[in-house]
Design a protein around this ligand. Structure first.
Ligand code: FAD
Length: 503
């Protein structure tokens, strides 16, 4: 007796989108999530009564007719979300090394160019070339534009372009080269590796329109889960899948941490492909395939400092602040103990309580997993990290203070406004999301060998599929799109893309 038609392992945005779509198609779906809270990187956490986002600081493509808007509209959640469009004239402020200037990214291509022309009046041609190429690259991605039929062919032309080399080719102005890559932490860009399409698909969505969730991004997961249940499906929380078991050529059941087995016709894994393969018991997946997937590099992780402000102490601003302190924006993840942090990003979240003052601030700085390796055998949830021991607590405070010193140089007096602060490390992300190393965005794409870093939604088992940020692209938009890719593969046609387009 089967429990569900389709079981989805993990309730990140990719898994939830799959579940909602397939529920709408009449399938009985079951989402199984190991954490108490659903959503993966959509989760929020509350400290001193202040809501902090884990992985939704801002969203692109949410104006009427744009791609994320269409997906959310099709799911029927667009009107329910509490969203606030960011200031049209200032989405991101980019600060480069010792330069006092704050360079501005704005929404809308004309406005984006106009605002940068203020600081780079000689660079109109370069900015036009940059923007036109970004748009052209995005056009080559049919699904991104809800076109069907020629996915592989069209984008093949642009997969092999180096992002940094392209940006450096549009202008010889070194400062502008850095500024155009200034919000690099959005995709953890690496010189000589990151493809232009990764940069383009992300930047384009934010230039088209930029939004923040009011009171946190977990509302996205909440409303999708509600749809799933209303459609007759289920979302099981606090339930870890320990095994995916193949019998006679296909997956028949998943085994949970409590030993219970759940049976279904099809299975979708929203967890990292390496972790999926680790828990899949089968002889049908060859060692060569496992090795190929396991050898792929994951993106860097982050140290996160969440500040709770004293009441009415820090004025709210809606823009994000990306600061490169030393060297190139492309090199911030290559730090030493002496020069960390080489950069940081700051996000303030809008709340329904006050529009004038911020309740909290999130500061992210790249951190590699080796810094927390010595505590790697301790496992915890992000809400209860005390058990990792005193040395870990001391490490976090040390890092937080160094980061605060760096941020305070740009925001003098910041320390006086702090009521309390909380931190997260690569270990927190590892345990929170369920990957190996706390990687922010999963498998790193490489323009030199694009197909090697391309994960198909189909696995070697006919009824086991992948979804989530490791497929096409990371980000809420990218992972939501992966849901469409996976559903199309499972359903055997692209009808769903048409439905979303016409929603
Ligand atoms: C710090 C940070 C900041 C970010 N900022 C932004 C931003 O501002 N804008 C943006 O668009 N994107 C941002 N992102 C990226 C975006 O949040 C992610 O790309 C996206 O949410 C990933 O979705 P996913 O579908 O891959 O699933 P994930 O979010 O990776 O979720 C996977 C789920 O699977 C569960 N799971 C794992 N193993 C098991 C198991 N064995 N059994 C059951 N469940 C399991 C996990 O608990 C988790 O809930 C950010 C990410 C991070 C980490």
């Amino acid at each position: 007796m089967k429990d569900f038609d389709i079981i989805i392992i993990g309730s990140g945005i990719g898994g939830l989108v799959c579940a909602d779509i397939l529920g709408k198609e009449g399938y009985k779906v079951g989402v199984i999530e190991k954490n108490k809270q659903i959503g993966g990187s959509l989760q929020t956490y509350v400290r001193d009564k202040v809501i902090f986002d884990s992985g939704v600081h801002y969203l692109g493509g949410l104006s009427k007719g744009q791609n994320l808007y269409q997906i959310f509209k099709y799911l029927g959640i667009m009107d329910r979300l509490k969203l606030k469009q960011m200031d049209l004239d200032v989405v991101d402020k980019i600060v480069i090394e010792n330069d006092e200037k704050e360079y501005i990214y704005a929404q809308g291509y004309d406005n984006f160019i106009a605002k940068l022309l203020v600081d780079f009046p000689e660079e109109e041609k370069a900015l036009n070339t940059y923007c036109n190429t970004i748009k052209e690259v995005c056009q080559k991605f049919p699904l991104y534009n809800f076109r069907t039929g020629s996915e592989g062919l069209e984008k093949a032309e642009v997969l092999g372009i180096d992002a940094k080399a392209f940006i450096d080719s549009v202008t010889s102005n070194k400062k502008l080269q850095e500024v155009l890559a200034g919000n690099n932490p959005l995709y953890a860009g690496q010189p000589g590796k990151t493809p232009l399409y990764v940069h383009a698909l992300i930047i384009n969505s934010y230039i088209e329109s930029s939004w923040k969730c009011v009171d946190g991004g977990s509302q996205i997961a909440k409303y999708i889960a509600r749809n799933i249940r209303e459609q007759g499906g289920d979302v099981l929380r606090d339930t870890e899948v320990k095994k995916i078991v193949e019998e006679e050529g296909k997956v028949t059941y998943v085994e949970l941490a409590n030993g219970k087995r759940l049976y279904a016709d099809n299975f979708i894994s929203n967890i990292h492909p390496v972790k999926t393969l680790e828990i899949t018991e089968t002889t049908m997946i060859k060692k060569a395939y496992r090795n190929r997937i396991t050898a792929l590099e994951n993106s860097v992780s982050s140290f996160t400092l969440n500040i709770v402000f004293k009441k009415d102490a820090f004025k709210y601003f809606s823009y994000n602040y990306y600061c490169c302190l030393e060297g190139s924006v492309w090199e911030a993840a290559n730090y030493t103990q002496e020069n960390w942090p080489k950069g940081f990003a700051i996000f303030l979240a809008p709340t329904s309580k006050s529009t004038e003052y911020a309740e909290g601030m999130t500061i992210l700085a790249y951190m590699t997993f080796d810094e927390v390796q010595q505590w790697a055998d301790t496992f915890n949830t992000v809400s209860d990290e005390k058990e990792r021991g005193e040395s870990y607590e001391a490490f976090k405070i040390r890092k937080a203070e160094v980061l605060l010193d760096a941020v305070e140089k740009k925001f003098p007096g910041l320390r006086n406004t702090i009521k309390s602060y909380y931190t997260a490390t690569p270990l927190s992300y590892r345990d929170y999301i369920g990957n190996d190393d706390g990687s922010l965005y999963g498998i790193v794409k490489d323009y030199k060998d694009p197909l090697k870093t391309f994960i198909s939604p189909r696995t070697k088992l006919p009824n086991l599929y992948f979804t989530g940020q490791n497929l096409n692209m990371h980000g809420v938009l990218g992972a939501a799109m992966s849901g469409l890719v996976t559903c199309s593969a499972l359903l055997g046609n692209d009808d769903i893309v048409e439905k979303v387009k016409n929603a």
